[in-house]
Design a protein around this ligand. Sequence first.
Ligand code: ZN
Length: 130
Amino acid sequence: MAGDNPPPEPSLPLALARAARRRCPRCGGGGLFRRWIEMADDCPTCKLHFERVAGYWLGAIAVNFTATAAAFLVLLVGWTVLAWPDVPWTWLLVVGVAVTIAAPIAFHPYSRLLWVALERRFSAHPHRGA
Ligand SMILES: [Zn+2]
């Protein structure tokens, strides 16, 4: 549940900037993650409850998948272009697999908070603003 006196909704750029620093998109408060993967249910500062409906984090998974796919495409296209015509396909495969395993883990907290920022900005749900 939201706090008694929630802060005003920030602009989308400010909310995204806060999310990119692993801070609450609504208030900018920190301490949202106990570990890299384990996120608090509520913001310790403004008491925003993040998972407001079942399945809420599906959007964060989509954000994370998009970032991972982008990282893989940059690697694939960049390496291929730079090394052409002698592309080391075996190394590209090994590094590509490593990137597609590591990127979702590395991007996990950011994908969640970016999703919170985007969802709060674009949702027509009456929850918005609370
Ligand atoms: Zn907050």
